[in-house]
Design a protein around this ligand. Structure first.
Ligand code: HEC
Ligand code: HEC
Length: 422
């Protein structure tokens, strides 16, 4: 009985601990972390309990023979599970090193007991070796980690603190560092980067579409407006409210300058808490706001009125203007990057490109040069309802996969962003 408790107790404890961590780090499902930790602990308990029998010294090789394959399997499983759970590479390395440290521990436990020291010199020698070995190990490993590289630290120390906010690449780079060092990545992903989905993915959400002041307010006073899908203000995972005290005005401005760059020219914004997300195409609130823009009634886009040409009810008012009621309408043939798809199959990228850049030689002007793209995306979400009414959709528009590092790089190198970026 006591033995059983000793055997299962730690495993159960590991499961509960893993579950709590899994919940905290927003694992999906949270018990996956529990299972992983319980499995590890169980294996180690088995290792501890095997062999019982009469005490017999094993040879060093015999000692290793069973444990090395076991730890190899364990290490591989840990690597795989941590990867599946979306841990960054350094975490994965750390988890696997824990498995290896466990191996060393068991090897030492099963080592032949050492003989008594013969004299002072002998014991001093052993003492020094005992210090030297782990020290060498620690220094060896840590010297390879980027955060312990002296150049890295020196670079940080030698950097002049920013004292004045000048919009531009330097402010954006400084803001990016502030984002990293204030652990925003612990709760927010930025496209493919980041550690958890406690808060919205600021890349897929395209926080950069919003105004400078709006973003600033969200960082300084995050409880004022909750992001869609994150309504629980009391959640322990809610956004901290101390950034207005921790960061200087210039730091906050730089941070927002960085956040303003988070846009995706190939997809409409995505809302909601991972994995229950939705695109703006299916967002009734956005579609309603889009109608106001489309019909020329949005004060912040004064002078823009899609309905004047495309018709408030979708019946074109101008000959040649695109008819949004026709799901099989083709992409214009006046542009060199024409694609052979009909409206219902247009990628988000095409909608966005045509509306922001316009169609050469036609009244369809490059609206993206004059008006905030936030509102243009909204107008597009509304325009889609002419051929596909919200309440008539059999299913939601699928949430696209998170853009990869390569895709994000392509947006800038391929000039997918407009200048100026509104
Ligand atoms: C403990 C987790 C956590 C940390 C750390 C955190 N956030 Fe948040 N953040 C959230 C959550 C949850 C929300 C959504 C709820 C809300 O709107 O307050 C959010 C919302 C936001 C929003 C508003 C998004 C919108 O929909 O308008 C911005 C901008 C933001 N965070 C930026 C940051 C920045 C910058 C940092 C680092 C300086 C940071 N966050 C750190 C959890 C966090
Ligand atoms: C001044 C008139 C005018 C206004 C205002 C206007 N459009 Fe257009 N739009 C046109 C015309 C004309 C075409 C057809 C161009 C062609 O292919 O010859 C067109 C085409 C389009 C297309 C189809 C592009 C393609 O691939 O063929 C989209 C999408 C579109 N407009 C969206 C909008 C949206 C959204 C707005 C409001 C933000 C808007 N338009 C405002 C005149 C206008």
């Amino acid at each position: 009985m006591k033995k059983l408790a000793l055997f299962l107790g730690p495993t159960l404890g590991a499961f509960v601990f893993g579950y709590i961590c899994g919940d905290f780090f927003n694992f999906d499902p949270p018990w996956s972390m529990g299972i992983a930790l319980a499995f590890l602990t169980f294996l180690y308990t088995v290792l501890l309990f095997t062999g019982g029998g009469p005490l017999k010294e094993k040879s060093f090789i015999g000692n290793l023979g069973f444990k090395i394959p076991m730890v190899l399997v364990l290490g591989a499983a840990t690597w795989f599970l941590a990867g599946k759970a979306g841990f960054p590479i350094w975490w994965k390395i750390e988890f696997v090193s824990f498995a290896v440290v466990g191996l060393v521990y068991f090897i030492i436990l099963d080592l032949k007991s050492i003989t008594k020291e013969k004299n002072l010199a002998h014991s001093s020698f052993r003492l020094i070796i005992t210090y030297l070995l782990p020290s060498a190990l620690f220094i060896g490993i840590t010297s390879e980690l980027p955060q312990f590289k002296p150049e890295h630290e020196l670079e940080k120390l030698n950097k002049k603190p920013i004292t004045r906010f000048v919009p531009g690449p330097e402010a954006i780079a400084a803001g990016r560092e502030i984002f990293e060092s204030n652990k925003c990545f612990n709760c927010h992903k930025v496209f493919w980067e980041g550690n958890s989905d406690r808060g919205p993915n600021l890349g897929s959400k395209q926080i950069g579409l919003y105004s400078f002041d709006y973003i600033m307010e969200q960082v300084v006073d995050p409880r004022k407006i909750q992001s869609p899908g994150f309504e629980d203000k009391k959640s322990k995972k809610a956004m901290p409210t101390y950034y207005s005290e921790d960061l200087s005005k210039v730091e906050l401005q730089s941070l927002v300058a960085y956040l303003k760059t988070l846009r995706d020219p190939t997809h409409i914004p995505i809302e909601g808490k991972f994995p229950n997300q939705w695109t703006w195409w299916d967002d009734p609130k956005i579609v309603e706001e889009g109608k106001i823009v489309f019909e020329g009634k949005e004060p912040l886009t004064e002078g823009l009125n899609c309905a004047v040409c495309h018709g408030a009810d979708g019946i074109p008012m101008m000959t040649g203007a695109f008819d949004f009621r026709n799901a099989n309408g083709p992409d214009t043939d006046k542009m060199p990057d024409h694609i052979d798809k009909t409206l219902k199959d247009w990628p988000d990228e095409l909608y966005y490109k045509r509306v922001t850049r316009g169609i050469d030689g036609t009244p369809m002007a490059p609206w993206g040069m004059m008006f905030d793209h936030l509102y243009l995306w909204k107008a597009e979400a509304y325009a889609r309802t002419f051929h596909s009414p919200l309440d008539g959709r059999a299913q939601k528009v699928p949430v696209p996969p998170i853009p990869t590092k390569e895709e994000v790089a392509r947006w800038t190198t391929d000039g997918l962003f407009l200048d100026p970026l509104l």
